[in-house]
Write a protein that binds this ligand. Structure first.
Ligand code: BGC
Length: 747
């Protein structure tokens, strides 16, 4: 962008959208017109009253003091002789609230805009119209807008001129790097519910992220006020206390003509919409739509089986990703958080990258992470987050490790080395950070971690599971170091130092945390807890837990000959826990893999089919349409687990889809970018059949099995150029190339 002239309003109108306007005439014929725009806040650009481009919530969410994206639009066909460009800007993430209600104005107190319209004329000359003090600023019909706290579109609002724009602080601009944020799907209401309290609630049938649109004609000045909720309470009443402070309504004020409303500067996470105010007794449901908004990502995988509840789980996982991949990977889309929690993102990344093509999406987010990495190499709990102000998240194992895990995972799935070369420094610096903390070079015994977040083995009401955080932290230290070694090897770097570091970490891990091939059980609580925080596990954290053993197995912190006893112990712990898992954010993504890797498909399947709390099917059996944050967000008696940490659209536990593709359907890559694969499905009667199709960078892979009379039939499609090693349940193996294959195995 050649001209980067930032402007703001001469008068600050807090919380509202303001329009920056410029009229101009161009009588000569235009060969090409290109508009480049950005803002501090969220902008919507229009030329001659028509919205420019199909993206929404532009310029997107980045670490604004390091990088603000600008968008480029071809507007040749939108111009005529006399024109008006209008850029409406609302506070958005940068100027409005960002996350918890304590963080406002993180990047600035006032909204700003910057634009250049480049006009290439047929005579070859180029002219520019740029934001400057000749632009005028107006109030708009959007009298209030905040990402988290509602939006008011008042068609009766007076549009006042506030005067000419003034020059404003410049932010570093970059061309848009991320995927477009677009309106992806439109849902119609499924029902209008009159709740026991007598409230009118629209049910869209699906928990989702986006906004409501409404077409309506009424009297001028009549109001519609909408509140949003994900679930109904046990009595069937509207509920959104779990949104915490983010419960303000979306309000539309009618013009008297036919209005088509939708928010443009905020989004909501919801399934249910309560009509707090609506001008008539009869609700015209036909006027309501729910518009699903997320980053543009091509769907690359499908899964189906003969079990409806598992299909629903898979559906919930896909919707969890749709709901939370809105420009950054958020933890949840509804409450006063919606942040790029790094732990959640690393946990779900492999599943996400199989489900959808997320290359652009992550390229941008990793750019922000690099920009924000602290000088000492630390990576925060959320990204974007500025270390220099406001609410600070912890530097935590399993969260900061996003810096190594996400680049490596994306490299593996897409075979794109740039994920490693772009991020190698960040990966090394993260490991360097861990290495430099505390007195023990090869252990990570310091810090304040999120731990096995929301695991249930430290008691129902605990936020953190019982597993020793020191053990978890050192296990992730080893894993991150291993990934630095692997990445360096791909890049042809000298990684001898990291290889040696890795060997030492594993050695110390085994000395400190293990005895006779098993984790030791009790460790003192080493964490220094901030004042007022209490540890969930009181004064000890344990080593003989499902999560500890899972991590030891999955991160290879044991000797090959120790695996059998470890997996036996894991099975025993699962049995003791009534056949359920006791794993949280850090254990749950790996537990089925850990079991299946050791051949205990029987136990992994039993856990997978478990429906008692905690389990994946528990939420399905309680009516979920997305993945829940807490295993039993809604308890068996219908009451809620809590109000403050109870999202019903939290994708992290959806990471089980990775196991569904890899084990149920048996499609696993053995060489990056699926150049070589294993096809080793593990059928189970309870599924009836299972199939998946994955559109990989090496082509489309299909796997399908079903029971037929006294046999199990297998059908595979392998793309040309890909080598697959088939392994059937009867032990038969074969190496195959591109083509379609069928097999049958006697039951
Ligand atoms: C978020 C999580 C996140 C966690 C940190 C929560 O408030 O919603 O998903 O990872 O904090 O433990």
């Amino acid at each position: 962008m050649k001209h980067q002239n930032w402007i703001k309003s001469p008068v600050n109108v807090e919380g509202a959208a303001l329009a920056f306007k410029k009229g101009f005439s161009e009588a000569r014929s235009i060969a090409k017109a290109t508009l480049r725009v950005s803002s501090l806040g969220i902008y919507r650009a229009a030329i001659n009253g028509k919205k420019v481009g199909s993206q929404v919530l532009t310029p997107g969410l980045t670490s604004y003091d390091h990088r603000v994206q600008y968008q480029t639009y071809d507007v040749t066909d939108m111009l005529s002789k006399d024109n008006v460009i209008e850029i409406s800007v609302a506070p958005g993430w940068a100027v409005g609230y960002y996350g918890l209600k304590t963080s406002k104005n993180l990047w600035g107190d006032t909204i700003e805009a910057v634009a250049e319209l480049e006009i290439i004329l047929y005579d070859g000359s180029t002219e520019y119209i740029i934001t400057d003090e000749s632009w005028q600023v107006f109030t708009t019909e959007v009298t209030h807008a905040d990402i988290y706290h509602g939006e008011t579109v008042d068609m009766t609002a007076e549009k006042k001129c506030l005067g000419n724009a003034v020059s404003a602080k410049a932010f570093p601009l970059i061309p848009q790097e991320g995927a477009d944020i677009i309106e992806n799907e439109i849902l119609s209401p499924e029902a209008l519910i009159i709740t026991p309290k007598g409230e009118r609630v629209i049910d869209f049938g699906q928990n989702m992220t986006g906004y409501v649109s409404l077409k309506i004609k009424g009297n001028r000045g009549e109001r519609i006020s909408l509140s949003f909720g994900e679930v109904l309470d046990k009595d069937g009443n509207f509920y959104n206390a779990n949104y915490r402070s983010a419960t303000e309504p979306v309000i539309f004020v009618l013009s008297g003509e036919t209005d088509i409303f939708k928010p443009a500067f905020s989004f909501q996470g919801f399934r249910y919409v309560r009509l707090d105010e609506y001008p008539s007794e009869n609700v015209d449901l036909g006027g309501f739509r729910a518009i699903v908004v997320h980053s543009k990502m091509e769907r690359t995988a499908r899964f189906a089986c003969g079990n409806d509840r598992i299909n629903q789980l898979y559906h919930n996982i896909i919707w969890g990703q749709k709901g939370n991949y809105l420009d950054i990977p958020t933890d949840c889309p509804q409450r006063d958080e919606r942040l790029g929690w790094t732990g959640d993102a690393q946990v779900f990344c492999r599943t996400a990258a199989i489900n959808f093509d997320v290359r652009r999406f992550f390229k941008k987010w990793l750019g922000d992470m690099r920009a924000e990495q602290r000088e000492d190499g630390a990576i925060a709990g959320v990204c974007p987050e500025r270390f220099s102000h406001g609410y600070k998240t912890r530097i935590s194992a399993g969260w900061g490790d996003v810096a190594t895990i996400v680049p490596w995972t994306l490299y593996e799935i897409y075979g794109d080395v740039s994920f490693l070369s772009d991020n190698f420094e960040m990966m090394k610096r993260w490991v360097g950070y861990i290495r430099s903390t505390g007195d023990e070079e090869y252990l990570w015994l310091t810090g304040y971690h999120y731990g096995d977040w929301l695991a249930m083995d430290a008691g129902e009401d605990s936020y953190v599971g019982a597993t020793s955080n020191d053990l978890i932290a050192t296990a992730f230290y080893a894993y991150s170091t291993e990934l630095v070694v692997k990445a360096g090897e791909v890049l042809g770097e000298d990684v001898s130092e990291y290889r040696e570091l890795y060997t030492n970490i594993v050695k110390r891990f085994r000395e400190y945390f293990m005895e006779n091939g098993m984790p030791k059980d009790e460790f003192p609580l080493t964490e220094i807890l901030p004042e007022g925080k209490k540890s969930s596990a009181d004064s000890v954290r344990r080593g003989v837990t499902q999560t500890a053993i899972t991590l030891i197995l999955r991160f290879n912190l044991c000797l090959p000959e120790e695996r059998k006893a470890l997996v036996d112990k894991l099975c025993e712990l699962i049995k003791e826990f009534d056949g359920r898992m006791a794993t949280g954010f850090l254990g749950a993504p790996y537990v089925l893999h850990a079991l299946s890797d050791c051949g205990r498909h029987d136990v992994s399947y039993d856990l997978f089919f478990q429906n008692k709390n905690p389990s994946w099917l528990y939420s399905v059996d309680h009516g979920a349409t997305t993945v829940w944050e807490h295993w039993n967000g809604i308890k068996d008696d219908g009451s809620f687990w809590s109000t403050d940490m109870n999202s019903f659209n939290h994708y992290a536990y959806g990471s089980v889809a990775e196991w569904m593709y890899e084990t149920i359907c048996g499609v696993k890559q053995t060489e990056v970018g699926y150049k070589k694969i294993a096809l080793a499905p593990v059928p189970d009667k309870r599924l009836g059949f299972a199939k998946c199709a994955i559109e990989t960078v090496s082509g489309r892979i299909e796997s399908h099995w079903y029971y037929k009379e006294d046999r199990i039939a297998f059908e595979f499609t392998v793309p040309e150029g890909v080598e697959a090693e088939v392994t059937l349940p009867n032990g038969y193996t074969e190496r195959i190339g591109g083509g379609c294959y069928t097999y049958a195995v006697m039951l």
